[in-house]
Ligand binder design. Structure first.
Ligand code: HEM
Ligand code: HEM
Length: 176
């Protein structure tokens, strides 16, 4: 069978909607830890949106593992092929890890994991100040790693679109 020329519709829909949601989460996260006035409202948005990202990331990973992606250009230097593949797996890892760590750190801190009023998720870790002390900074550090990986990813996407002018951007931007 010929390799596909584009990511499938589900992959494209999830890519662009999750790109908006994940970028929003990084800014909501950064804003809520410095705002006294809006902290509670932002947290009420941060938890359910983060958990929705976890569900969507699982669907997206399953779709990605079942459907081969379109090939990268034949003439792309091997280091760039490696960087593209490695950064995509780092993004997948962080899309899954960030919400799980958020959920786990609230559990370890014995905070309720409120999705919306009247609906809480169960704790996934026992109460432990030591675990909270590890997971809370980890959530912040990996947030920075996610942000910088996305900046590199955005730069690479624009390099393909505007400098190399190859098919890579279109593979995610449009269908058959
Ligand atoms: C900010 C604007 C963004 C642009 C312009 C963009 C662009 C692209 C393009 C052109 C591809 C296709 C690369 C290829 O054919 O190999 C791609 C793939 C990918 N992008 Fe983005 N992207 C953006 C944001 C994001 C964000 C925020 C994430 C997640 C945190 C993300 C995660 C991925 C992943 C994991 C892939 C690999 C394909 C897949 O399996 O879904 N992207 N992106
Ligand atoms: C893609 C998913 C997520 C992203 C990108 C994200 C990002 C962030 C960022 C950037 C911060 C600020 C960190 C700092 O400055 O130290 C933060 C804080 C926080 N996040 Fe997340 N987060 C995600 C998911 C979640 C989830 C699912 C939960 C809980 C169920 C959660 C709970 C929290 C809490 C409670 C804080 C602030 C804690 C405090 O003020 O002490 N996050 N998040």
């Amino acid at each position: 069978m010929n390799p596909p020329r584009h990511f499938n519709l589900l992959a494209r829909l999830l890519h662009w909607s999750m790109a908006v949601a994940i970028l929003a989460m990084l800014f909501i996260g950064a804003a809520m830890v410095v705002s006294l006035q809006h902290r509670e409202q932002l947290l009420d948005l941060h938890r359910p949106l983060g958990l929705a990202i976890l569900l969507l990331a699982i669907v997206r990973l399953a779709n990605r593992l079942r459907n081969a992606p379109p090939p990268l250009p034949q003439d792309l230097p091997r280091i760039q092929v490696f960087m593209a593949k490695a950064s995509h797996w780092i993004l997948y890892g962080l899309m899954l890890a960030m919400p799980v760590i958020g959920w786990a750190m609230l559990s370890a801190g014995a905070y309720p994991v409120v999705v919306f009023d009247g609906f809480n998720l169960p704790a996934i870790l026992p109460h432990s100040a030591v675990m909270y002390g590890i997971l809370r900074p980890l959530h912040g550090v990996l947030g920075y790693l996610l942000f910088f990986t996305i900046l590199g990813h955005l730069g690479a996407a624009l390099f393909h679109a505007w400098v190399r002018r190859d098919e890579v951007f279109g593979q995610m931007a449009k269908g058959e």
